[in-house]
Design a protein around this ligand. Structure first.
Ligand code: BDR
Ligand code: CA
Length: 307
């Protein structure tokens, strides 16, 4: 039997988050110990409800802890124009099971889960980094039992929320800066790969026929408003899970990454110093490319394993 890799998913579901969570929960190689929620695509009450609804749908008993309801310093924005008002528009979910919701908040729940784990845990943030930054500031001792942080966020070039800023980093740049400067092994799975991890209409039709999860995801896809299903829906968050399960899909380089906080036009941009201008040691592995066909095959196979 394969040894399962213990992970914590920090998330703001979110249609592409829902897909990533499905893949992680049905993977035989991952052991999802905790799901923490954060404001991002929609506010944290909604993302928490959505996480609970997903677990009910999947019939999985995983603890959920609610996290930050706003960025560290800035005003919250959202992405309900992409994911719908609820954050997961398009499917009529049953209400979640409140017994999965922990009384403690996300930061304390992560702390306890990490400190009581018999082996180092991997954190997989697929939303803004507010909870992770708070965790690292309040409980720096967790660093000794974190294997790595594999985060969906950032870009080596253009943005999808600002000219140069990706949504998760743009939402809470101060938090992102804290995370990138924490001295932990970090993998940045950003727009360079997320924008190429596409699902086309013909894939979506096949997904619908796989199983009940496929049917649910198909319905969500009808409401996922990016550039539209025809040109391909972007499976950003699944890339972070994909990195854990099939890293050979990615081209990865070691680089120094910082986050722009004060730029008048560029706040929230990840400054990925691929050419070493800043003369700083690398603090992240940055995914700069993805084998699109390999991703497509992996993604379809992963969804076939869900039920
Ligand atoms: C990221 O922003 C959110 O809208 C998605 O869920 C993903 O985590 C992509 O920029
Ligand atoms: Ca997300």
């Amino acid at each position: 039997m394969v040894k399962r890799k213990p992970i914590i998913i920090d998330t703001d579901p979110g249609i592409d988050d829902a897909v990533a969570i499905a893949i992680a929960l049905f993977s035989e190689e991952l052991d999802v110990r905790l799901i923490t929620t954060v404001s991002g695509n929609v506010d944290v009450d909604k993302t928490t409800n959505n996480a609970l609804k997903l677990l009910k749908f999947f019939n999985k008993k995983i603890p959920v802890a609610k996290g930050a309801n706003a960025p560290l310093i800035r005003e919250a924005t959202n992405a309900s124009n992409v994911h719908g008002e609820s954050g997961m528009d398009g499917y009529d979910f049953e209400e979640g099971d409140m017994s999965n919701l922990l009384k403690e908040n996300a930061v304390n729940a992560m702390y306890h889960t990490i400190m009581t784990s018999d082996e180092p845990l991997t954190l997989v943030p697929i939303g803004p980094l507010t909870n992770i930054a708070l965790l690292l500031k309040v409980y720096p001792e967790v660093k000794s039992n974190i294997e790595q942080i594999v985060l969906m966020g950032g870009s080596t070039s253009r943005g999808n929320k600002g000219v140069l800023s990706e949504f998760n980093i743009h939402f809470d740049p101060e938090a992102a800066k804290i995370v990138f400067s924490a001295g932990l092994p970090i993998v940045m799975v950003g727009l360079d790969v997320g924008s190429k991890a596409l699902v086309y209409p013909e894939d979506s039709d096949k997904i619908r026929g796989f199983n009940r999860t496929g049917e649910m995801i198909y319905s969500l896809f009808q409401h996922y408003r990016g550039i539209g299903l025809k040109k391909g829906l972007k499976m950003y968050d699944s890339c972070a899970i994909g990195y854990l399960l099939k890293p050979e899909m990615f081209t990865v380089v070691d680089s120094y990454v910082d986050v722009e906080l004060t730029g008048t036009l560029t706040s929230g941009a990840t400054i990925v110093d691929l050419k070493g201008y800043l003369k700083k040691p690398a603090n992240a592995k940055v995914c700069i490319d993805i084998d699109e066909e390999m991703f497509r095959k992996w993604f379809m196979e992963a969804l076939q394993k869900c039920n």
